[in-house]
Write a protein that binds this ligand. Structure first.
Ligand SMILES: Nc1ncnc2c1ncn2[C@@H]1O[C@H](COP(=O)(O)OP(=O)(O)OP(=O)(O)O)[C@@H](O)[C@H]1O
Length: 483
């Protein structure tokens, strides 16, 4: 029987849960204050807990911290009034699974939430998250920092809250914004990106809010603004730190009132666009220096997602490089161990965009029959000072430098070995479920390689090939994605 803890100071709420769950195989324990909850946590075990955020003698956040310490696998949902949504999001950051707003408006949804909390979580069971990450072109990798970040993004994607994404240039702010959109209920509506630093103030204003016909010279027809076009979808305001003071005022108004006027217009229009903003400049710093409005930052920063620079998640480089090779028609190519070692040591000031350029350059330099991209294909910037490609590859016990038709499997094993060893050697926490997901992927690749080899040897005879491999024809089909 599952064990559920409910902490709420209101008698009616406790009674409500007792009634709602009366016929379920759940052992319910209730507490009416923080002191009682803390005592119960020390003496009992719980599979899930629903915690009121505000209690007479403490907060749900304190109880959450204790629960995560004493029973790390206990799944937690915070119950909150609308005014405390920001604290509820803080709870998600601290490890809570979700939050629900009180009073409960949809009892069926509440029941579904409780049921889902009590289903055991399989190790590595992140299939949906990985599928959507793939769709968004987002490689999560194995670093703890990225896994924490994507897990937080996943949890808040379906909440209608404004998100602020911070991170150095080229570290994947737009990719993460796309992931948030695809993981939200708005995924079938438009995702629209606008770079606030790339347009003049007048153009940006007319892009964002639209204009009426004849409102200025050149406004030959009515134009709908992006707030209108993205009304049921997501509007991604990139480089928000570059917006001029006048645009900042107008954005603040839309965020506060959900309404706006077209340039030259008289009718107020409403928008329900979900706003995701991103900036490579430090916005609190911009507020301190007077170039960004504090009230706008407050409105945007309901949830902040800070993407770590690539140099702080070097463990992800092999998988990112693999992804970028595939993306650039380089499926048959791979980087040699010496090239990956250099890439691992480099600081990547331009982050993943710079890595993408290095990958494209290496592919462009590759001659017709080179499939292993060694250090010779990397730009000089990646070499330690005073070393050149030639001296580096002389020293290093690398793979053959050119012209070796290394089979696909060999290359895959090389990338995976490097990725797993990097995760292994990483200090601190590592996301084992992600490592295991990649091992599973490797299992599939190895299976497919063996099947193809057996099919070549048996001249395409599936029955003989499956006998040779001691698998059923069905498994063979599965490994060939024929299902
Ligand atoms: N996690 C990732 N997985 C795969 N590709 C990524 C990832 N992060 C970034 N990229 C790739 O790196 C490049 C830069 O990413 P993106 O444009 O999202 O960065 P950004 O932080 O928005 O950059 P800027 O600050 O210049 O606007 C893109 O080609 C993107 O596809």
């Amino acid at each position: 029987m599952s064990r559920l803890l409910i902490v709420d100071d209101e008698q009616e709420v406790r009674n409500f849960f007792a009634y709602l769950l009366r016929n379920k195989p759940i052992h319910l324990t209730v507490a009416s204050n923080a002191a009682e909850a803390n005592r119960l946590i020390q003496v009992g075990t719980y599979d899930a807990a629903l915690l009121d955020l505000k209690l007479p003698d403490g907060t749900g956040l304190d109880i959450l911290r204790l629960l995560k310490k004493v029973h790390p696998t206990c799944r937690v949902v915070l119950m909150t009034g609308y005014s405390t949504v920001k604290s509820a999001l803080e709870a998600i950051r601290l490890g809570a699974d979700d939050y629900i707003e009180k009073p409960f408006s949809d009892i069926d949804e509440l029941e579904r939430l409780i049921d889902s909390l009590l289903v055991p979580q399989p190790l590595g069971g992140h299939d949906d998250r990985l599928r959507i990450a793939k769709e968004a072109g987002l490689v999560i990798g194995t670093s703890h920092a990225m896994n924490e970040l994507v897990s937080l993004a996943w949890k808040i994607a379906r909440k209608n809250v404004t998100v602020l994404i911070e991170g150095e240039t080229g570290c994947g702010k737009e990719v993460l914004a796309r992931f948030l959109h695809l993981a939200s209920m708005r995924r079938d509506e438009p995702f629209i990106e606008v770079n606030c630093g790339a347009l003049t103030e007048t153009l940006l204003e007319s892009e964002l809010f639209g204009h009426e016909k004849g409102s200025f010279t050149g406004a030959l027809s009515l134009k709908r603004g992006l707030f209108e076009v993205a009304s049921r979808g997501t509007l991604f305001l990139d480089e928000i730190g570059d917006a001029t003071p006048s645009i900042q005022v107008k954005l603040l108004r839309v965020l506060e009132t959900k309404s706006f006027l077209r340039v030259g217009g008289e009718h107020t229009l409403r928008t329900d666009a979900r706003i995701i903003a991103a900036s490579h400049v430090n916005l609190p710093h911009a507020v301190a220096t007077g170039t960004f409005r504090e009230d706008l930052l407050y409105r945007l920063d309901v949830v902040k997602l800070s993407i770590p620079p690539l140099r702080e998640r070097r463990a992800d480089i092999p998988l990112l490089a693999r992804h970028l090779l595939d993306q650039n028609d380089g499926k048959n190519f791979s980087f040699s161990a010496d090239a990956l070692t250099l890439m691992h040591a480099y600081d990547w000031p331009g982050n993943i965009r710079e890595l993408a350029n290095v990958v494209k350059r290496a592919l462009a330099l590759a001659d017709g029959d080179t499939f292993v991209l060694t250090s010779e294909y990397l730009p000089q910037a990646l070499f330690p000072v005073a070393e050149t490609a030639a001296t580096y590859s002389d020293r290093s016990p690398s793979l053959p430098t050119v012209s070796s038709p290394v089979p696909q499997l060999d290359r895959e094993l090389d990338t995976w070995k490097h990725m797993i060893l990097t995760a292994w050697n990483q200090d601190g926490t590592v996301s084992l479920p992600e490592v295991l997901t990649h091992v599973k992927e490797l299992e599939r690749i190895v299976g497919e390689a063996f099947v193809k080899k057996a099919l070549r040897e048996t001249l395409g005879n599936r029955k003989k090939a499956s006998e040779q491999l001691n698998i059923s024809v069905r498994t063979l089909r599965y490994l060939l994605h024929e299902k």
